[in-house]
Design a protein around this ligand. Sequence first.
Ligand code: 5RP
Length: 233
Amino acid sequence: MTMNPKDLAKKRTGEAAAQLVKDGMMVGLGTGSTAAFMIAALGQRVREEGLKIIGVPTSFQSVLLARKEGIPTIPLDEATHLDIAIDGADEVDPQKNLIKGGGAAHTREKIVAAMADYFVVIVDDSKLVEKLNTTFALPIEVLPLAAAFVTKRLEEMGAKVDLRMAIRKGGPVITDQGNFVLDITFPGGIDDPVVLEYQLNNIPGVLENGLFVDLADLILVARTGQEEVQRIE
Ligand code: 5RP
């Protein structure tokens, strides 16, 4: 089956990241279509090279993929430190700040990124932006009972707010923690991600927002139609 150029780029960056993993490492396993290619490539190394690693998945999706690929895992609540974490992103700005949460997994993803010595972000070039929140809404995980209150607070801050709805289920998306996701957009994008990250998490009822500030160590970018994977450090 032929793969479209964007998926080929995602596969290349996922494979490049899997090569960074060394024997004996504890590895954070991200969520999303790009991370899925990375997990598949890691699984291949486990089977073919006898690579010994322990994965820490960031979602039910990555638990199931790791299991399918034969990668041993421990649950997030048993981990406090990782050698490396590898994950996709929805937007990456020139300072390597990110928007994540397109797969509604940003709460676990941020915990995993924060406990890793080295956080690698794998993207195709469509994810590179000059300013965050200009091509992708910022996801906020909220307690369902606080969704109306948090929506009001966010609107008062000037954001457009959409409750994320499920596609093959009636009603809202429910996260792996049992919460709702609000997708928010600030007209003109986000001017100060550092301040906004704190402001958002300071609203009662917000569990976590999808701004990843000063967490990424390396961005691996695959450009559609090009073999080489670019490193941004
Ligand atoms: C999930 C995420 C994903 O990493 C992000 O949405 C990118 O996904 P994809 O690789 O499918 O474009 O943050 O919560």
